[in-house]
Design a protein around this ligand. Structure first.
Ligand code: FES
Length: 140
């Protein structure tokens, strides 16, 4: 039986053998994802129950948009960040600490502010509303 310490060491060593985007994707924390139905429209509806205990952020996927949305619960409000790089429009990879662009290395914080260029504009945010145990995300 492999001990936890050995497993962690070998897992990290395996990551070191990868490069670039593969490394980022392999080591990124997997966040819960909500996939909405194809006819979700311009107002996305995410059930409050998607935020089970211990979950403070999740990825929302809809075919209405080119890229996903990172939906965070921040106190009593919800923050919806469009995971679309403001440098050249590439899809972003969110983790529990930061949001990464594999194309040219931009990094954003969990408020959507630029931490590392070449992007210099913050991420687009969508208006949210909590209503009847559902989080509404307005795409307009
Ligand atoms: S497209 Fe994201 S850093 Fe260039």
């Amino acid at each position: 039986m492999v001990s936890r310490r050995i497993f962690i060491k070998s897992g990290c060593a395996a990551c070191l053998g990868l490069s670039g985007a593969s490394l980022l994707n392999a080591c990124a924390t997997r966040l819960p994802m909500v996939k909405l139905s194809p006819d979700a429209g311009r107002v996305l509806t995410v059930p409050e129950t998607s935020f089970v205990e211990g979950v403070e952020m999740l990825v929302v996927r809809t075919n209405t948009l080119e890229n996903d949305i990172l939906l965070r619960k921040v106190g009593e409000r919800y923050l919806a960040l469009y995971l679309h790089c403001t440098h050249e429009g590439v899809g972003l990879t969110p983790t529990a600490e930061r949001i990464y662009c594999h194309a040219h290395g931009s990094v954003f914080d969990l408020e959507g502010q630029v931490v590392k260029e070449p992007a210099f504009e913050p991420l687009k945010t969508f208006k949210t509303e909590f209503n009847n145990h559902q989080i509404l995300i307005y795409l307009t």
